[in-house]
Design a protein around this ligand. Structure first.
Ligand SMILES: C[S@@+](CC[C@H](N)C(=O)[O-])C[C@H]1O[C@@H](n2cnc3c(N)ncnc32)[C@H](O)[C@@H]1O
Length: 414
């Protein structure tokens, strides 16, 4: 007898049942909209949009205007941890959670641009199930990465169950493209201190006047320079200063193998056949610390701080708020300024705040009342320039732009 082959798939109770979606429209709440909207289409909803309502209904309502337009979706759904958080419940039956996620992922997919990317953050409880579910919805060939992110400091983890399991320090971000082989924008990051240490040992001189021509550079020992400037010269201070001044912190070598070029005996700039600039100074090659400090970002993110996260954006959203630096990375990997970013589980509005500060357009959907009590005031502060925290200093954000606030209303039959 011939066996019928079935595709590999995840099954769960009531998988075939889908939540009914009655058609809804977006209704602006002008009293909550903020700033003067930039020029754009004069009719119909347009980003930036903060939507207060269930995301299944909101995603369906967005489809007509935004199908194929979203470059980056980032979601941080309830992890189904069994907890009741202050602002929302996070413990639903396993099958119900899978159906909830499947129904929403299916509604997000048509909104994604052909070159678009979706990022879904999750912890270890549902990771394996969600991975298979996303294979079903987005297609296994469209997998891009599984990123591991450090989300807790060891010191901050509750040690209550330390004799039962290892403290949980990490979460995951599942990354899928709308199609196979979508492009991402590679990001350069500072190497971790343990890998920089071997360079810091040798790079102990600093150019006092780097803006002058190399012939007139004055090069001194870093500690001497710091003492003369009245700075502390303990090991930590020197290391911090080396990194801060990395573009003029140098090491001089006469190792002729390093560049494999003909060697000037005086001070000169030499362009290598590969177009790299080498500088010789009084017969020795000059190496800059800045050339060794960075590397390409990989899929293990351990460098994003979660300390004082509760203060970011000026709203408290315990155990759920994500760091702005993390969302910045996600958005910069997948979009250019002006591109559209969607977060359908917006919480305190982190994704919208970061997208706004980075000059991206955004749509944020949140069902809970904290949409109005937390995300709205947070985004109002971003627009008015009253949010100096998060990534504001790093990206030079001082306010500007606008957004509109919406609720959902049942669409009346024509
Ligand atoms: C983990 S939190 C997101 C936190 C967010 N990333 C931040 O940084 O603030 C998940 C959010 O999803 C919201 N949520 C859950 N189900 C939803 C639904 N069906 N529609 C809209 N929002 C929903 C919850 O109310 C909660 O605010």
């Amino acid at each position: 007898m011939q066996r019928r082959s079935k595709p590999l798939e995840l099954t769960w109770i009531d998988k075939d049942e889908r939540e009914p979606v009655e058609p809804h429209t977006l209704v602006e709440r002008p009293e909550s909209s903020c700033g003067t909207p930039d020029s754009g289409p004069t009719s119909g909803p347009r980003a930036n949009m903060l939507i207060h309502g269930d995301n299944l209904l909101a995603l369906a309502a967005l489809e007509r205007d935004f199908a194929g337009k979203v470059k980056c979706i980032y979601i941080d759904p309830p992890y189904n941890t069994g907890s009741d958080f202050e602002h929302y419940s996070d413990g639903v039956q396993h099958s119900a959670w899978l159906s909830m996620m499947r129904d929403r992922l299916e509604r997000m997919k048509p909104l994604l641009h052909e070159d678009g990317i979706i990022f879904v953050q999750i912890d270890d409880r549902e990771l394996a199930y969600l991975h298979v579910l996303m294979d079903e919805v987005f297609g296994r060939p469209n997998r891009v990465n599984l990123i591991t992110v450090k989300m807790s400091e060891v010191s901050g983890v509750k040690m209550k169950h330390v004799d039962k399991r290892l403290p949980k320090l990490k979460e995951f971000i599942l990354v899928y493209g709308k199609r196979p082989n979508v492009s991402i924008h590679p990001i350069r990051v500072t190497k971790p201190p343990e890998r920089l240490a071997k360079y810091l040992k040798y790079y102990t001189s600093i150019i006092e006047n780097p803006d002058d021509a190399p012939e007139s550079w004055r090069i001194v020992r870093i500690k001497t320079f710091m003492k003369e400037a009245g700075l502390k010269t303990d090991a930590a201070s020197v290391q911090a200063f080396q990194l801060q001044e990395r573009h003029r912190v140098v090491y001089r070598t006469n190792n002729r193998m390093l560049a494999r070029l003909s060697f000037p005996t005086t001070t000169a700039k030499v362009i290598s056949p590969k177009g790299l600039t080498y500088i010789w100074w009084e017969g020795k090659q000059m190496l800059f610390l800045s050339d060794h400090c960075e590397e390409y970002l990989g899929d293990l993110w351990t460098d994003i701080s979660t300390i004082n996260l509760n203060k970011e954006g000026g709203v408290a959203f315990r155990y759920s708020k994500k760091p702005e630096a993390l969302i910045r990375r996600v958005i910069e990997l997948s979009t250019q300024p002006g591109d559209l970013v969607l977060d359908a589980f917006a919480g305190s509005g982190t994704t919208a705040a970061v997208a706004h500060k980075l000059g991206r357009r955004w749509i944020a959907i949140e069902r809970g009342d904290h949409c109005i009590s937390h995300a709205l005031p947070r985004l109002q502060k971003v627009v008015s320039g009253a949010d100096p925290g998060g990534i504001s200093t790093a990206v030079g954000w001082s306010g500007g732009g606008a957004f509109r606030c919406y609720t959902l209303a049942l669409r009346k039959p024509q």
